[in-house]
Design a protein around this ligand. Structure first.
Ligand SMILES: Nc1ncnc2c1ncn2[C@@H]1O[C@H](COP(=O)(O)OP(=O)(O)OP(=O)(O)O)[C@@H](O)[C@H]1O
Ligand SMILES: [Mg+2]
Length: 575
């Protein structure tokens, strides 16, 4: 082996750069984070050729003083921390004093910067050969950092870059993450001379609608929970917002976008029973905590973090999201809630200039009949889901509430209500059982009979009393009161199937919700059953007080609001 040698400084920096500067998007991330740390309120990014030719970030932040300019480019030079204690409590995005030095080792970097109290700006240039001394320049207070010809001096590295379009897509994603985390700042992104994104200071909802999707925001619940030093806020997508890919999942810790297994797991758990199959939840969540409670110095790109109290964070996130996703129907996604906030002013029922006296009369008598069917109590405020008007094809309930028309999938809604009640009674260890007047006898395979015998206790816990009536026969003597009017034989068969496949322990713990959903399905009102108006109203009131009643056990919505405005639009009224 050759003798050990100290490497030249430039090579050291180039090796270090390999960790920080993986591609144009990583340069952009470092520059944007520096602008955030400098307290900018407006940040403009200019890219050329996917960032490979040029990445420029301009901000109106605090700027760098003339004498500090060379230091900004030096390795291990930072204005953000001084001691280990500072590092442990770091609240800025940067802290290593490494980013600009690394970038300067693999590209041509220049800075023009001016502090608020300086008479003019100063410029400095750095290339692999060294750093120029600061020269006077013109600029308003703030900083412009320009990075040109990435990897011009490390051609091997350059070969790993993808097409312009791919590199731009990565830059765009970095830009989006940072802009999402700072709706109170203005951002502009230009690529090859075109403005590809521009957002002014706005609310988080507006920012998310601008940079993600309006649909996502409309079908989201607002999350805002606080527990001691932990706060979680943002938007949690309702089941309607779920996607086939995990491509709308944004988690930020103290303003930093992270990919964290613990947080992802907590989120997955929170959505688990609302989403069926492999639907992926959509979310934009911000966790804030004391910087001392989280170590951000774990990963060169700072996209991973380590929590001091991981369990507490997991529980908090799980519950905060779970609560946001499980309001009774009374608090529904934003799209519904907007309507619920105040009654939509009723437009005049007719427009005389059209000369439609007759239809108007018919319409008015219809409205009168409808309101008779659903008398609104004069005193108390109207219930959120309103009062039932009619049943449609034995499948949907039509109800009138303050905002307009409510459509309810009665089977799906009932299933959810039954499941939630069942869950509560099992949690309380008190499943109310009903003795069947005539035991239900079912013919089964011998294996089912054995399963029933072995799992008598588990069946008990679920409110089922099953005894062996013959080598291939089981008799069901009691069933949970909630389910006793449903198809008891089918219910028992499906529970036995679960027990056989997964075992009692699994079924009662990890697979419990699937089991309960299956059980509820056998009891819920089937489509095509005629319900009387009072029965429908009873169902609506149950929905309002049941957790998670906005979606059925399989994650589909249970009800839908059509506002008067929606209906007017449909009929092109008022235009
Ligand atoms: N846009 C900017 N406005 C004002 N000061 C800046 C700006 N960009 C960089 N600086 C100054 O230059 C220093 C070096 O920046 P650099 O990004 O290399 O390191 P850092 O941000 O301190 O740490 P890290 O390596 O973790 O990013 C910063 O500490 C800061 O003082
Ligand atoms: Mg930095």
């Amino acid at each position: 082996m050759p003798a050990i040698r100290i490497l030249p400084e430039l090579l050291v920096s180039q090796i270090a750069a390999g960790e920080v500067v993986e591609r144009p998007a990583s340069v952009l991330k470092e520059l944007l984070e520096n602008s955030l740390d400098a307290g900018a309120s407006s940040i403009a990014v200019t890219l050329e050729e996917g960032g490979v030719r040029r990445i420029q970030v301009e901000d109106d932040g605090g700027g760098i003083a003339r004498d500090d300019l060379p230091l900004a480019l030096a390795s291990h030079a930072t204005s953000k921390i001084r001691t280990l204690e500072d590092l442990e409590a770091v609240a800025t995005m940067g802290f290593r004093g490494e980013a600009l030095a690394s970038i300067a080792a693999v590209a041509r970097l220049s800075i023009v910067s001016r502090t608020a109290d300086a008479a003019h700006a100063h410029a400095i240039r750095a290339e692999a050969s060294g750093t120029s001394s600061p020269e006077p320049a013109a600029r308003a207070p703030g900083t412009t950092i320009s990075v040109a010809d990435l990897y011009f001096n490390t051609p091997a590295r350059k070969k790993f870059l993808r097409t312009q379009a791919t590199e731009f897509a990565h830059c765009d994603e970095v830009f989006r993450r940072i802009a999402l985390a700072h709706p109170d700042l203005e951002f502009t992104l230009r690529h090859n001379g075109r403005v590809s994104s521009h957002v002014r200071k706005q609310t988080l909802g507006e920012r998310a609608a601008a940079l993600l999707a309006r649909d996502f925001v409309d079908a989201s619940f607002v999350v805002d929970a606080q527990a001691g030093p932990l706060r979680l806020h943002g938007l949690a997508g309702a089941p309607q917002a779920a996607r086939s890919r995990a491509d709308m999942q944004y988690f930020f810790v103290n303003g930093r976008f992270v990919r964290d297994r613990l947080l992802a797991h907590a989120a997955r758990e929170a959505w688990r029973e609302l989403l069926h199959g492999d639907r992926q939840p959509a979310y934009l969540l911000f966790l804030e905590l004391d910087p001392r409670g989280v170590d951000v110095n774990v990963h060169p790109a700072k996209t991973e973090v380590r929590f001091r109290d991981a369990r507490a964070v997991h529980q908090f996130v799980l519950h905060a999201v779970g609560r946001a996703l499980a309001p009774g129907a009374a608090e529904a996604p934003i799209a519904y809630a907007e309507v619920a906030q105040g009654p939509t002013p009723l437009r005049p029922a007719f427009q005389p200039r059209f000369g439609v006296e007759q239809p108007v009369a018919a319409y008015q008598s219809f409205v009168a009949a409808a309101t008779q069917a659903a008398p609104l109590p004069a005193s108390e405020s109207a219930p959120p889901l309103g009062y039932a008007l009619a049943q449609l094809h034995g499948v949907y309930i039509l109800a009138q509430n303050e905002a307009g028309l409510v459509l309810v999938d009665m089977h799906a809604a009932h299933e959810r209500i039954v499941m939630e009640k069942l869950r509560q009674s099992i949690d309380a260890g008190a499943v109310q059982r009903q003795r069947l007047l005539v035991p239900v006898v079912l013919r089964t395979e011998a294996l089912d009979v054995a399963t029933a015998e072995e799992n008598a206790q588990a069946l008990e816990a679920l409110g089922l009393e099953v005894s062996v009536a013959g080598p291939n026969e089981l008799a069901v003597r009691s069933a949970p009161a909630l389910l006793a009017n449903g198809d008891v034989a089918a219910l028992v068969r499906s529970v036995l199937g679960e027990l056989r496949e997964f075992g009692a322990a699994q079924v009662l713990a990890a697979r419990r919700d699937e089991l309960l959903a299956g059980m509820a399905c056998h009891a819920a009102v089937r489509a095509n059953r005629v319900l009387a108006i009072p029965e429908m109203n009873a169902l609506l009131r149950e929905m309002e007080t049941t957790e998670r009643s906005g979606s059925c056990n399989h994650g589909r919505p249970t009800w839908y609001q059509l506002t008067l405005a929606d209906l007017d639009k449909l009929f092109l009224r008022g235009r």
